[in-house]
Every structure is written in structure tokens, then in C-alpha cells.
Design a protein around this ligand. Structure first.
Ligand code: CP
Length: 312
């Protein structure tokens, strides 16, 4: 693996899942790989899991870790080519990415979408600019349209907890008071098409995800019908894709409850709003996998960083 911008950068998904699971039993086995190597974790947005688990993953591999919150601590970055920088931006990505590349061996980046300019968000200008002007590999820690480290984590978790060869996995929209990005459901949908599961998406009308991503995945607008026979229920809110970034519904009837879950395991990428997305009775039960899922963030990141270091 030369970079990790999206799931297509994984050559063999089931193989990487197995490697990540193996790392859990001996996380320090490859500590020499990152000797005298460093990673820069660069954040334009908030994070708990991604920040700490990627730091832990890098440290497990013997790497040094530098972390920077670019919005609060860095210079305002300019991404447009040929711009006259006489307003709010003080440093061009051409210099910034080249300079950072001299300090670290891998750049990992988080940059959320605007949710106001669909075209710009889909161009993935920030992460693609880093990739263009950096001379070291770039890792996606959640970009405008994708969260591949989360999706790899989710596939690891389903692999660990499945009780049949081909479990039924349902991605259900759930209500939220704020407009949220599509990165997590996009990457989850892509990943579910890459592993052996029966995958269904359910959401209210108006919440259709990008059809280039969902492809031929069944979309069922009746949540109760979609959840029938589910082995794993993955809840997530996202804003409208067609009416880009808009909140079309906050219908609390879409919250995941124990009676809807039946015997299925519950998954969510976290952070989660209790009693809005999912009821306490689910999160506090042994049907919830959210803590185990968050633990797997470390091993997903470690498996990816290991592959990149082995290719350096
Ligand atoms: N799931 C996830 O990416 O968590 P953070 O936003 O806290 O990193």
C-alpha cells in the first residue's frame, strides 16, 4: 500500500482484515518497522477516536507522532492555484505540504466537507492537494466524502462477531439535530460491497446517498421491514445528498430501540447522541458493539500504517 486515501487503496480487503485481527494479539510485534520514522496527524476538525487510536497505532509500530490542529494552530491555508493571497489565507498548500513532508514520513489528515458546496466537497480538494504536493504517503482520517479507516474498523468488527458466513447487515439512518456529512455511510456502504454480507440500507425518502456509491444495494424506506432478520444494525445520521447538506427529517420514530433491534448487534462509529440516534437500553446492553468497534480503530489504523511502512 502506497497511500490510504480510500478503500480502493486496499489490495485485498479480507486479507487486511485478518492482518488487523492478528495485530490485536501481538500489537508490538512490528515495533522495529517504525524505528526512526514519524507520522504527522493533521486535523482541521474535532476527533477523539481517530486521533487517539491512530496515535496508538503508530506508537505500537515504534513511530514518533506529531499532532497539529491546523485550524487553531496553523496558518490559514490556501488551496486555489494562482490565487492572490491578499485576504485570509497566509500559506499555500504547495509550501505547507512540501515542508511537512520533510518532517514526517507519513501525513494523516482529517478534513470534513463544507456541506454547502457539493461539487467542491466531492472534488476532495484538501486531501487531494496534500496528496499532490506532499512527497510522503497520505492517510485519510476522514475526508469530505470518505472515512475508510472507520469502514475497515467496521468490517473487522463484523468479521469478529458474525455467527454465520453471510450475515445480514442493515445501515439505518437515524435522527440528529445537526446536518452531518456522508463520509461514514459512504465508506460503510462501499466496504459492505467488498465483504461477504447481505447488505440493506434504510432511510426516510429524501436521504438517498450518492447512487454511484450505493450502486445496487437494496434501499428499503420502511425501517421495520429493513431490520427484519438483521444480524448487525449500523445506525448513522447523514444530511440529504440530493438537497445537499439539508436536514429533511428529524423523525424520532427512526431512533434505534431494543424492540427494533431484536437479536441483532448494534454498531455506531461514535460519537453518538443517546436517546436521539439510539436508546440507552441498546447502548447499555450487551447487544451494543460500539466499545469493541472503537477499540478496533487502533488495529485498523495499525494494519494500514504497517502496510505503508513496509512499502517505503
Ligand atoms: N468515529 C470517529 O471517527 O470518531 P472521532 O470523530 O472521535 O475521531
Amino acid at each position: 500500500m502506497k497511500q490510504f486515501l480510500d478503500l480502493e487503496d486496499i489490495q485485498n480487503v479480507p486479507n487486511l482484515i485478518e492482518k488487523a485481527i492478528a495485530l490485536k494479539t501481538n500489537p508490538f510485534a512490528h515495533k522495529e518497522l517504525g524505528n526512526n520514522k514519524s507520522i504527522g496527524l493533521l486535523f482541521f476538525n474535532s476527533s477523539l477516536r481517530t486521533r487517539l487510536s491512530t496515535q496508538k497505532a503508530a506508537q505500537n509500530l515504534g513511530m514518533d507522532v506529531m499532532i497539529m490542529n491546523l485550524n487553531s494552530d496553523g496558518w490559514g491555508l490556501e488551496f486555489e492555484d494562482g490565487s492572490v493571497m491578499n485576504a485570509n489565507t497566509a500559506e499555500h498548500i504547495k509550501e505547507a505540504a512540501a515542508v511537512i513532508s520533510q518532517y514526517v514520513d507519513i501525513i494523516a489528515l482529517r478534513a470534513f466537507p463544507s456541506l454547502t458546496d457539493k461539487k467542491k466537497d466531492e472534488e476532495e480538494q484538501i486531501i487531494k492537494s496534500f496528496q499532490k504536493y506532499a512527497s510522503v504517503p497520505v492517510v485519510n482520517m476522514e475526508s469530505a466524502t470518505a472515512h475508510p479507516l472507520q469502514a475497515l474498523t467496521d468490517a473487522i468488527t463484523i468479521t469478529e462477531f458474525k455467527q454465520k458466513n453471510r450475515p445480514k447487515v442493515v445501515l439505518t439512518w437515524a435522527p440528529h439535530p445537526r446536518a452531518l456529512p456522508h463520509a461514514v455511510p459512504n465508506s460503510f456502504a462501499k466496504m459492505m460491497q467488498m465483504i461477504a454480507v447481505d447488505f440493506v440500507i434504510t432511510h426516510p425518502k429524501g436521504y438517498e446517498l450518492n447512487p454511484e456509491i450505493t450502486k445496487n444495494t437494496p434501499i428499503i424506506y420502511n425501517q421495520e421491514e429493513a431490520l427484519k432478520g438483521a444480524d448487525f444494525v449500523y445506525a448513522k445520521n447523514w444530511s440529504s445528498y440530493n438537497d445537499y447538506g439539508q436536514i429533511k427529517s428529524t423523525d424520532e420514530n427512526w431512533m434505534v430501540t431494543k424492540s427494533k433491534l431484536q437479536t441483532a448487534k448494534f454498531m455506531h462509529c461514535l460519537p453518538v447522541r443517546r436517546n436521539v440516534i439510539v436508546a440507552d437500553e441498546v447502548l447499555d446492553s450487551n447487544q451494543s458493539l460500539v466499545i469493541q468497534q472503537a477499540n478496533n480503530r487502533t488495529y485498523a489504523a495499525q494494519a494500514v500504517l504497517k502496510e505503508i511502512l513496509e512499502n517505503r
